[in-house]
Write a protein that binds this ligand. Structure first.
Ligand code: ZN
Length: 441
């Protein structure tokens, strides 16, 4: 991307965000086209382009995007636009995110007015410095986990000001349920039961070092953890981890703790039993989208799309990639190894999740073996026939899926073989029968 394209992309992003925030249908392609036209053909100044397009599409430019209003942190509700606040920067952390396929560095941290401490995300490099006292001009806010949060956007500005705002001496750690954890949180207190823990030797700067990896759970969810120093706990222990933080690993939040973290033992009754915790956690996709994936979940959802690439595929014997017309994108023409898979989209009413089911699960769902599928495809002289069978038999039906959900810029994704047909009428019937027997279901 050259500078002009980068600049155009940023204008498009601002416009689509405003349109989205105002629930206005739009095509990003059209907007990209229009931005290019205005700048390249009509030489409209960059500052005017956004306003021109928004005026065209919305009738008027939202007044918030033109004038700002100053508020105190305590007045922020989490749905403001065009806001100014005067704060001291408590922390600044860089983070690389992928936006529409492009790597981008953003910054997140905390600001304070001397009393309240609020998280922020800066979507551009404003050269924020820890300890600076600044006026954040034309920011937006949103609510996250029932608390307001500040967004410093490209259209925001930072002004250094003279104001006497003290830095917090010690940052109070916040206690959170495991089910609420998302990547890149810090200063956390987490309580849970250790379901699994294994030592692992890694190399750090040429030196061997032992760390521990495992899974910890409470009644709200499970999370993988890495302990970077000595770990005296054993499986089943209930602990309180004060001062831990999260990172993202493989599209799922992961808990980390090290020598600065304080681990204490809690009574066994503070957290559900091993048996209870080993059950998969029921989730809604909308909640997972917010936090970015989760381990060992169960969801009930409908298959709303069977994707291309479902059915019989042939895999590269070298790298296992699916071949396209007997050609691997890395290894050229190959004699492919047949495989059967389902690529689908699940919808649970709150959101969607991509689903990939490997051969064993696909065979179970179709009630056909891969060999059956090959035979059928040959009989019909149609290699796409097994995919068509998936459409006929699975599309629009509900399933209960178990597994880990990961996330990336394309959304949620689950790769699992545990997909069981779910018939809501049967379930209702079963619960009615149980009720008639005096059992609460
Ligand atoms: Zn290959």
């Amino acid at each position: 991307m050259n500078v002009n394209e980068e600049q155009n992309a940023s204008i498009v992003e601002d416009i689509t965000r405003t349109l989205r925030d105002n629930s206005i249908q739009h095509s990003e392609e059209d907007i990209t086209q229009r931005v290019r036209e205005l700048i390249d053909s009509y030489n409209v100044p960059v500052t005017e382009v956004k306003r021109t397009i928004l005026r065209d599409m919305m009738g008027s430019v939202p007044s918030q995007s033109m004038q700002t209003i100053e508020k105190e942190l305590s007045e922020i509700k989490g749905e403001e636009r065009g806001l100014d606040v005067t704060v001291r920067i408590v922390t600044v952390n860089p983070k690389t995110v992928t936006v529409e396929g492009q790597q981008k560095e953003i910054f997140y941290g905390l600001v304070t007015d001397g009393e309240l401490i609020i998280p922020y995300t800066a979507w551009d490099d404003f050269k924020l410095q820890k300890g600076d006292t600044v006026k954040l001009v034309n920011i937006t806010t949103k609510v996250w986990q029932e608390k307001p949060q500040i967004n410093i956007n490209r259209s925001s500005a930072i002004q250094k000001v003279e104001a006497d705002i003290p830095m917090p001496e010690t940052m109070a750690h916040r206690e959170m349920d495991i089910g609420q954890l998302k990547a890149n949180m810090s200063g956390l207190i987490v309580k849970g039961r250790i379901l699994d823990a294994e030592p692992k030797i890694i190399e750090v700067k040429g030196e061997q070092r032992q760390i521990f990896e495992g899974v910890i759970a409470d009644g709200t969810g499970k999370i993988r953890f890495t302990c970077w120093n000595g770990f005296d706990q054993t499986i089943e222990d209930v602990i309180r981890i004060d001062g831990c933080y999260t990172r993202e690993f493989g599209g799922v939040p992961q808990l980390n703790f090290d020598q600065r973290t304080k681990v204490t033992y809690l009574g066994d009754s503070e957290v559900p039993t091993m048996d209870e915790l080993q059950q998969d956690t029921a989730v809604r996709f909308s909640d997972l989208t917010e936090k970015g994936g989760a381990l060992a979940i169960v969801a009930t959802a409908t298959i709303v799309e069977i994707r291309q690439g479902s059915g019989l595929v042939h895999r590269c014997p070298v790298c296992n990639r699916a071949l396209k017309k007997d050609v691997c994108m890395l290894h050229g023409k190959q004699d492919g190894i047949p495989d059967l898979r389902l690529k689908a989209v699940l919808d649970d009413g709150t959101g969607t999740c991509g689903l990939i089911v490997a051969r064993p699960g696909s065979e179970a769902l179709l009630e056909l073996t891969m060999e059956d599928c090959i035979t059928l495809a040959k009989e019909k002289v149609d290699m796409d026939y097994p995919r068509q069978l998936m459409v006929d038999r699975l599309l629009g039906r509900s399933f209960r899926v178990h597994g880990d959900v990961t996330s990336d810029e394309y959304g949620l994704r689950m790769i699992t073989n545990e997909v069981d047909p779910y018939d809501p009428d049967l379930a209702k019937e079963a619960s009615a029968i149980l009720k008639s027997m005096g059992v609460d279901a």
